[in-house]
Design a protein. Structure first.
Length: 125
């Protein structure tokens, strides 16, 4: 069974600023909502509060910072999405209810092992 981790955003407290540990490094995220244009953005800071990326618009099913190569950005990729596939956009009605900013790091209960199979050894080359 696969489980995705997601960014813990409290939508009742936006703009919200919080720390997240990713791959042994701490990042500061700030989630904002643009009332006039009706969209969410994310600001990303180092643990020392140095800005890394500011004003990244959340777009459904598009990785954050796509096409930007900066060694300061966290890995793995972060993607706003609705795992049910029903959402068409990110809205106050669905954000953090069915739409989450997921880390693209599927965690599996069991790791696959090379050579696992039915043991028949059917290989015709």
């Amino acid at each position: 069974m696969a489980i995705r981790e997601y960014l813990p955003v409290d939508i009742d407290d936006i703009p919200e600023r919080f720390d997240v540990d990713i791959e042994d490094e701490t990042f500061i995220f700030q989630v904002n909502y643009n009332m006039s244009q009706k969209y969410y953005t994310i600001d990303l800071y180092s643990s020392d509060e140095d800005p890394i990326m500011l004003g990244e618009k959340l777009v459904l099913n598009e990785p954050l910072w796509e096409g930007i190569y900066d060694e300061r950005l966290p890995a793995p990729a972060m993607i706003p999405m609705d795992e049910s596939g029903l959402a068409k956009a990110i809205t106050p009605d669905n954000f953090m209810k069915t739409v989450f900013v997921f880390f693209d790091n599927i965690v599996q209960d069991e790791e696959p092992t090379l050579g696992e199979g039915d043991g028949e050894g059917d290989s015709d080359g």
